[in-house]
Design a protein around this ligand. Structure first.
Ligand SMILES: [Zn+2]
Length: 344
């Protein structure tokens, strides 16, 4: 049965999806219904001796949500504070990705820091069918403000930009492990003094569960994938002429990772372990510039391309609404806090 390009998707029936088949009492095929996702529906129906295809799309509505997340004693990291504010895991993860080049979510977050965000979810009738995208977000820490506005760049790639149109994307992300997998900041702090007293410590230790994915901090090439008694299983990545990153004590390398492999930023290259000289599972991460160890949290790096001049006016027109909204949410929160303080 060939019904043309309209039913191409039916050839890609995914596991866990239900295909409904309608047959007559005599066993003759009458119709097929299939929903590849929650927004589209295929119906193939018999019409005398031929079949007709109907493809319908449900109307989805965008619902905009505005939230402010406050880091405090009861919720000392973005994950806990985000959950308390009612954010889904997915939105919390996306929020961390927006700022992953500027902020270490493990080491930089302080009590009193705030995240303000505007995001859009997709609804059909009153049911959420898709966790949406973050349209704009701000991170404020000790009077310093980072603002991110989503803008569709060229080549369908959405990016986040500062209010001036500079890209937030950079050559290196701050943490090569995702913050949500870090067991606790307490562990991290406890680990440092031990290391510092024993040997000069030239990297950052991320205490994390055995098997936590470790990602490449930037695009590059694996130059070393080895094991020895001190470093355990370790990887060295070369990023152009200037930069090198090292990842130690891994439990395992990711598949296809070997000397000579090319990797892209954010790609899983291995898993946290305690091979070599390590008393507990952690990632020891080093960042070198021209062969000299540098602090990956503070090292200056070049930014990706800004919004081209020809599109800057469009960007400013679209972003001004979000900037106003972000400051309104921030202003309201300050006002609410002031009122609470007055009542006491
Ligand atoms: Zn270490």
């Amino acid at each position: 049965m060939n019904l043309g390009p309209q039913v191409t998707d039916l050839r890609w029936i995914l596991p866990n999806k239900v295909l409904r088949i309608k047959a007559s009492d005599s066993g003759r095929l009458e119709g097929v219904r299939y929903s590849p996702d929650q927004l589209s529906n295929f119906l193939v129906e018999r019409n005398n001796n031929s079949f007709e295809v109907k493809k319908t799309y449900l109307k989805a509505k965008t619902k905009i949500t505005r939230k402010q997340v406050i880091i405090d004693k009861d919720a000392p990291n973005l994950y806990l504070a985000g959950k308390r504010t009612g954010l889904s895991d997915n939105i919390i993860m996306k929020l961390s990705y927006v700022f992953q080049w500027d902020i270490s979510f493990v080491l930089d977050i302080r009590l009193g820091d705030t995240f303000t965000l505007i995001y859009a979810d997709l609804y059909v009738a009153s049911k959420k069918v898709k966790d949406g995208e973050i349209l704009a977000a701000a991170y404020t820490s000790m009077g310093k403000n980072h603002t991110a506005i989503r803008y569709e760049g060229s080549g369908n790639r959405s990016n986040y930009y500062t209010p001036k149109g500079l890209s937030l994307r950079k050559e290196f992300i701050r943490d090569p492990v995702h913050f949500s997998h870090i067991s606790s900041q307490f562990n991290l702090r406890r680990l440092h003094p031990i290391h510092n007293r024993v040997i000069p410590h030239r990297g950052i230790d991320y205490a994390a569960k055995h098997g936590t994915p470790v990602v490449a901090a930037g695009d590059g090439k694996i130059t070393t994938s080895k094991q020895n008694s001190a470093k355990g299983k370790y990887l060295v990545l070369r990023h152009g002429q200037l930069y090198t990153t090292k990842y130690l004590h891994l439990s395992n390398f990711a598949s296809n990772i070997e000397a000579g492999s090319s990797v892209v930023q954010g790609q899983v290259i291995g898993y946290v372990g305690s091979t070599g000289l390590a008393t507990a599972p952690h990632l020891h991460y080093e960042f070198l510039v021209n062969g000299n160890h540098r602090n990956p949290r503070t090292v200056k790096q070049s930014k990706a391309l800004p919004i081209p001049k020809s599109r800057l006016q469009d960007f400013h027109e679209k972003s001004s609404r979000f900037l106003t909204e972000l400051s309104l949410i921030q202003g309201k929160a300050i006002y609410a806090n002031a009122e609470n303080n007055m009542e006491k």
